[in-house]
Design a protein around this ligand. Structure first.
Ligand code: SAH
Length: 290
């Protein structure tokens, strides 16, 4: 069964609530984030960041909110996550990078909400990709574009360059993935797992093309509704065609999962980038209030 909503990825019914957590109208990423709270203790910046994000973190799955305060916090953090999510889908990678640079703790709020959403998916695409990597060559070098909590690097033996907007882990490269510090033709596998978020997503794929070796693999997992014309999404064939014009061949497409599709492309041995590639628009993936 397909996800039922047009631009959201939650099959559950939407509950209307007043006031708290209302979706913000502003979708510009260039606005300044609110000023950070003044320091209150001698904890390290990382510890403070974790604490601050933890205060707003979602209540773990399977545990009922115990108090009104906890319920309010969960509701606020859900609203905050959805606001950040919408921002990431409606601004450029550079704007997203600048935004999180000013308020890195928001990245933790985003990921607490993201993990909460993922916990409701029957299968997580990142796990399918990890399984695929484990069944292939361990000596392949991998670039995980938009790595989130770097699950790929943590679960495979390959050398993995984990890339995301924010890093509190020395093994994660913090940058806008349209411009990575990776060498040209240096990786065997490039992964985009639910990370083609920015309005300039083609520039992320161009960057992957730059760093991939000839015959390298390009794996893209995307939310089903973004690539389903029946729900206002892009035509998946046009999406594949654009990537082919970048110099790739579509090897296979895994459509058996309810929430996402997974494309396996391979860079051509002698790849050539076509002029004026027609990229389809990818609509934002907005998550419903739970
Ligand atoms: N791939 C991970 C996380 C997916 S969430 C997983 O499947 O679990 C999408 C991630 O892409 C977020 O962590 C977000 O910060 C990152 N991202 C989005 N745009 C980016 C950009 N321009 N540069 C680097 N990372 C980006």
């Amino acid at each position: 069964m397909e996800p039922q909503q047009e631009s959201t990825v939650d099959g559950r019914k939407r509950r209307r609530r007043g006031g708290v957590g209302k979706r913000q109208k502003d979708s510009s990423c260039s606005q300044q984030a609110p000023p950070p709270a003044p320091p209150v203790d001698a904890a390290s910046p990382l510890e403070k960041r974790r604490r601050k994000a933890g205060e707003a973190a979602a209540i773990p799955k399977g545990r009922k909110p115990a108090s009104l305060l906890e319920k309010m916090r969960a509701r606020l953090s859900g609203g905050h996550f959805r606001m950040l999510n919408e921002k990431l889908y409606t601004c450029s990678g550079q704007d997203a990078f600048d935004y999180f640079k000013n308020e890195p703790e928001l990245f933790d709020v985003y990921h607490a909400g993201y993990q909460e959403q993922m916990s409701h998916w029957p299968e997580q695409p990142v796990n399918v990709i990890i399984k695929w990597l484990k069944s292939h060559n361990k000596s392949w070098t991998v670039a995980d574009f938009g790595c989130g909590n770097a699950a790929v690097a943590k679960n495979v033996k390959n050398k993995v360059f984990s890339i995301d907007l924010v890093s509190d882990d020395p093994s994660v490269i913090a940058c806008d993935m349209a411009h990575t510090p990776l060498e040209p033709s240096s990786v065997d596998v490039a992964i985009f797992c639910l990370s083609l978020m920015g309005t300039n997503f083609p520039s992320y794929l161009q960057e992957a093309n730059r760093v991939l070796k000839p015959s390298g693999w390009l794996l893209i997992a995307e939310v089903r509704s973004r690539l389903d014309p029946n729900t206002g999404g892009a035509d998946p064939d046009k999406f594949s065609e654009a990537i082919s014009q970048l110099g790739f061949s579509l090897v296979s497409k895994d459509e058996k999962n309810k929430m996402f599709v997974l494309f396996y492309f391979r860079k051509k041995e002698k790849s050539k980038v076509a002029k004026n590639i027609e990229w389809p628009q990818l609509k934002p993936c907005l998550y419903k209030r739970r």
